[in-house]
Each structure stands twice: as C-alpha cells, then as structure tokens.
Write a protein that binds this ligand. Structure first.
Ligand code: 5AD
Ligand code: SF4
Length: 462
C-alpha cells in the first residue's frame, strides 16, 4: 500500500483517473469538474490511460465524424480495459454521449457509463452503480436526461489547484438553433448560473492562484443571472463585479453571438482595462443569404457595424471569429461575400470549417448541399487569407511593448512563457518566480505560432 492510500475502505482507496478531453473550452472545464466530483471517492488524476482505474472520454459532437472518432478511441481503450482484467471503469461523457448514448452501448458494450453534460454531478452514484452492475453481471449505466435540478448546485467546490488562466462556466445551452448546429440539442436550453455562485467560484479560483478568468458559455453573452440584490444582471454588469475581485488581473469571455452584444457589454469594453481587448465573435458567413439560411438573424452589415462600435469603445480591440464554408445553398458569390467581410474587418485569428452535416439539424436535410471538392477549395482560399491576416497582426507586434501574463516554464531552460492580451504565446528569458505576474515585454520576433521578446527590466525594478 502506498503512503497516500487512505485505508482499506474501497470507497476511499486511492484510484487513478484519466480524463481525455476533446472539443471546446467548456469541455475542458467540465473535465476538471468531473475530476473534482470523483476526488472524494479517492480518484486522483493521472496523465495516461495505461493502468488507470477509470477512464473518462469527454467527447465533442460539433463537427466531422465525431461518433466514428469516439468508436475508434473506444477500441483502443478496450484493449487497456482487457489488460486490466476488466477492472477499468470506462465512461463516455460529453455531447456524443448525449446524442448517441444508446448506440454507444450497442456498439461498445464494454463501456460502463454513458453520461450527458447535464449529469456530471451524479457521477459518484453512477460509478457505484457501474461497480454493482459489473459484480452482478448487469448492463451499463446511462444518464443522458436533462435533469430538473441544476448540476452546478450539486457540484463540489473545485478541489484541484487551477492554473494562472482559469475557465469558469457561467452559462450553458443555447436557444438560437442555427441551422447547422447540434448544441441546442446536445446541451439543451440556455441556462444561467447566479452571480453569487459565479463570484464565489471566481474568488476560490483566485485564492488557488488564478490571475486570469475566462467566463464560458455556449452563448456566454446571453447570460442573464440573478444578482446579489435579487435583480437580474447581464454579462456587462457581471464583468464589472468580477473586475473588482482583489487579485484578479485579467478577464475574458467566450463564446458570443453578435445578436447578444448589448450596449452594457460594449461599455464594459470601454470602462474595464482588465477586460482583455480580444474578442471571439463568430460570424460564420459574410453573405446575407447564407446568414438567413443559417438562422443567424443578423446581416453582414449588422456585424460590421457592431465591430465598429466595439472598436470605438476599445480602440486596441482585436477580433477572432468562426467561419463555415459550404453551408447548403452557398454559391461562389456568397463565398466571395465572406472573403470581403474578412478583408473589411481584419481578424487577428480565426477558426474556419467546412460545413459538416449533423444528424437532426435543419441544414443536414436542406437542398443545395455543396460538393466536398468545392468546400475544400473555399476553405483553402479562406484559410490562406486568414493566415495572412494573422501573420500581419503578429508581425505588427514586433517592436511594441505588450503586457504578458506568465503562465509556466518555456520549452528551453531559463525560458518562461505567457500570453499577451491577444492570447498570443510569448516566450522570454526569465525566472520561474515571475509565473503568475503580468509584466511588460518588448516583442522582438514573430514566429509562426508565437512571439518572443525580452522583459522590460527598468519596470521590473521600479
Ligand atoms: N459544420 C461545420 N462547422 C460547424 N460549427 C458548428 N457546427 C458546425 C457544422 N455542422 C462551427 C461553427 C461554430 C464552431 C464552434 O463550430 O463555426 O461557431
Ligand atoms: Fe450553435 Fe448557433 Fe447556438 Fe452557437 S449560437 S451554439 S452556433 S446554435
């Protein structure tokens, strides 16, 4: 027995938990919370699935061959489970679990637990049921309902220390029903946590060493939660309250919908220096026809005007976005409108995807599906333009002074790495004692995916 074992009680004996996380930042957050919820049962995170007592595969269903990817990963994990004599508990979580729960249990009967994103707080009970089922030779546990209780009310406080940058989920689900998207089906209706619980969690994160908090939601700027005085706040007001938390240096939020960008939120960009001037604001397309077919309920000019207002409020604001090429019905002219929008707005960074048919979504069965070769061609053209814009943005940083929040050691000895306000990784030579600090750096070179620079010493000793 190792010194850290807590005795012979099987409930609390030390066990190894390996969590594999695919997909968005919300899944990263959820994986952390699943580890927290299992900690009282003796589960300690481990970096590899080999020899783990439990493996959770936290999945994403948003694009591509999500289900196939899950089954191929499960095939690999099955071999590890067999090697453990069947002892390893195998759980599939996240949006593929939500959408394909029954299919998973049919095609991969060695899976012990299938749980949707709304049921993580019930994991300990599911683990106990899975153990009983294994002993009694019964089947697996499946929990993919949208329970009436709020999972956030039932999750324990975060136990593991968090990094300098922390995520905090404040809102889940989506009522927008974009034609292409599975989120409203896998994550359910929009739900906001109360300001009191969010502020309490933020204080705990800061006490554990976090200096930057990114509040998360599928549609984070639709957040409208109960305020401490019983009224209702929007995101702009919440960010103002968070900006007053002692010890916090930086704030961000992701991901937003252009339609929910209200005046109070724009004013928060104007008034809060710690709200980072980098905004991920997906537009998806620059064509009004396609935007209408996507059910986005805004035009490309609405987006341009919104960006103007944001840049007036915060002149150093840089933008990131999501684009889809080849949505059903997209013509060459529509695609050109997207290219024009990108040229007009200018993005520091962006994600772009080929449209992928998601079962059960309106666009999946729509006429005018675009041939794969055409989608490929458009994606390459768009990505070349976006890459060029990103390279220019990074090159323009050379010679300037940027504030960098240091997050950890760099790849080379004596190096530390941090993030600029635009989330660019920045390497400098410096002491590990600076991790957790936000310091000025003179940028000297732009590399393909990062920048390097030197600490501005005068300021350091000032
Ligand atoms: N096909 C391609 N891209 C998609 N996204 C969401 N659903 C699909 C789909 N069916 C993209 C959108 C969204 C991002 C998270 O993923 O651009 O903003
Ligand atoms: Fe999906 Fe649209 Fe909701 Fe974003 S706003 S999660 S793309 S349905």
């Amino acid at each position: 027995m190792t010194p850290t074992d807590r005795g012979t009680n099987p409930q609390t004996a030390r066990k190894r938990l390996h969590v594999i996380t695919w997909g968005c930042q919300m899944n990263v957050y959820d994986s952390g919370r699943m580890s927290d919820v299992l900690a009282p049962l003796g589960y300690v995170p481990t970096d590899t699935p080999e020899g783990a007592d439990m493996v959770i595969l936290n999945t994403c269903h948003i694009r591509d061959k999500a289900a196939e990817k899950v089954f191929s990963e499960l095939g690999r994990l099955r071999r590890l489970k067999d090697a453990s004599g069947g002892h390893m508990i195998l759980a599939v979580a996240g949006c593929v679990a939500q959408a394909e729960g029954k299919e998973i249990l049919t095609r991969a009967p060695y899976v012990d637990i299938v749980l949707g994103p709304q049921t993580y707080h019930r994991l300990p009970e599911m683990v106990a049921r899975a153990a009983r089922a294994a002993n009694g030779g019964q089947g697996a546990v499946i929990e993919t309902d949208f329970p009436a209780e709020d999972k956030f009310d039932h999750l324990p406080e975060q136990s593991a220390p968090r990094g300098v940058n922390a995520f905090l989920t404040i809102q889940e689900g989506c009522d927008k029903f974009c034609s292409f998207c599975v989120v409203p089906y896998t994550r359910g209706a929009e739900q906001s946590r109360s300001a009191v619980t969010i502020l309490a969690e933020a204080r705990r994160l800061i006490a554990q060493g976090s200096r930057e908090i990114t509040v998360l939601g599928q549609n984070v700027n639709a957040w409208h939660g109960e305020a401490p005085d019983g009224s209702t706040w929007g995101l702009g007001r919440l960010l103002r309250a968070m900006a007053e938390l002692p010890g916090l240096l930086r704030l961000r939020y992701a991901t937003s919908h252009p339609r929910d960008m209200d005046e109070a939120l724009i004013e928060a960009h104007r008034d809060l220096p710690m709200l980072m001037p980098f905004l991920h604001l997906p537009v998806q397309s620059g064509s009004d026809r396609v935007l209408a077919a996507m059910n986005r309920k805004h035009t490309s000019d609405d987006y341009r005007r919104l960006v103007d207002r944001l840049r007036t409020a915060r002149p150093d604001l840089a933008l990131s976005s999501d684009f889809i090429v080849g949505h059903p019905g997209e013509t060459e002219t529509d695609f050109e409108a997207t290219m024009s929008l990108v040229r007009d707005v200018g993005f520091a960074q962006a994600y772009s995807f080929k449209y992928s048919q998601r079962p059960g979504t309106p666009a999946a069965g729509a006429p005018g599906q675009v041939p794969e070769v055409e989608k490929d061609r458009r994606l390459q053209a768009l990505q070349a333009l976006l890459r060029d814009q990103q390279a220019r943005f990074n090159a323009a940083c050379v010679g300037t002074e940027m504030s960098v929040l240091f997050t950890g050691p760099g790849r080379h000895p004596g190096q530390i790495v941090g993030r600029s306000s635009y989330l660019q990784p920045i390497h400098v030579l410096g002491s590990a004692s600076l991790i957790g600090e936000d310091l000025p750096v003179r940028i000297q070179a732009a590399l393909p995916n990062s920048l390097s620079g030197t600490l501005i010493q005068e300021r350091l000793s000032a």
